[in-house]
Design a protein around this ligand. Structure first.
Ligand SMILES: Cc1cc2nc3c(=O)[nH]c(=O)nc-3n(C[C@H](O)[C@H](O)[C@H](O)COP(=O)(O)OP(=O)(O)OC[C@H]3O[C@@H](n4cnc5c(N)ncnc54)[C@H](O)[C@@H]3O)c2cc1C
Length: 205
């Protein structure tokens, strides 16, 4: 999978929002250490969590499975724009038969780290390709998609909801792929924002 941070809100905006409550704007250091401490104290320690909603992040996520997408989309306090199989399945039409779980197959499928499962995914991919080659429309053929089929999306989320996502999905009880995704999202955050989320991360495997 590949995660790209497309945009984020500067910490100074969140600090400014917090300072609105006390009209303490003159004490700001424009997103420096004083403002960072304020965000941690008010947003995290004092649980005035709504102030963290002023921080917004947009990621471009590539190469996750549709199984993982299904779990990601359960996080309702976020916005998703997802690659549509209805419009893009034609990408398989030009392919010759898939006979091995090689680089060509892995362009379309996430490996499940089990040869037996990967072989089953490969058969499903080949069945799908054959349906499309016969002229079956995308709208019907998509019902034969394996859960391992790769997708991509633009994902926007505020810091409060991202804390909830990272807490739930870096947990060892989360599905391995969304756990990998959550850890990669954390890594893609701007360095000076990571401290807001550090207590949400379960690092040990
Ligand atoms: C290990 C694991 C196993 C899971 N297994 C299953 C499963 O077997 N079946 C299944 O269906 N789901 C399962 N889930 C999904 C889970 O139930 C949640 O849907 C998902 O984790 C999103 O969490 P969330 O609701 O906190 O996030 P969001 O939808 O982003 O919501 C964020 C927060 O906003 C608040 N909120 C949002 N909507 C409402 C609302 N309607 N009312 C009140 N407060 C709201 C809550 O405080 C919530 O925590 C699993 C999740 C995990 C982590």
């Amino acid at each position: 999978m590949q995660i790209t941070l497309l945009q984020h809100t500067e910490l100074a905006i969140c600090a400014r929002a917090i300072r609105t409550c006390w009209q303490s704007h003159s004490r700001s250091d424009n997103g420096g250490e004083i403002d960072k401490d304020l965000i941690d104290r008010v947003g995290n320690k004092n649980k005035h969590s709504s102030t963290l909603e002023h921080l917004f992040y947009t990621f471009y996520i590539q190469g996750i499975s549709r199984a993982c997408l299904q779990e990601l989309s359960r996080h309702r306090i976020a916005s998703l724009s997802v690659k549509s199989t209805r419009y893009t399945l034609k990408e398989l039409k030009g392919e010759s038969a898939f006979e091995a779980f090689d680089d060509r197959a892995q362009k379309y499928l996430v490996t499940a780290r089990s040869q037996e499962v990967d072989n089953a995914s490969l058969s499903a991919l080949e069945n799908l390709r054959a349906l499309l080659a016969k002229g079956i429309s995308n709208d019907l053929a998509k019902y034969a998609l394996p859960e391992s089929y790769k997708t991509e999306l633009t994902w926007s989320i505020n810091a409060r909801s991202l804390q909830n996502f990272l807490t739930l999905r870096t947990s060892k009880s989360a599905l391995w792929e969304i756990r990998d995704l959550a850890l990669a999202i954390f890594e893609a955050l701007p360095q000076d924002h990571k401290y807001i989320f550090e207590n949400c991360i379960e690092k040990e495997r």
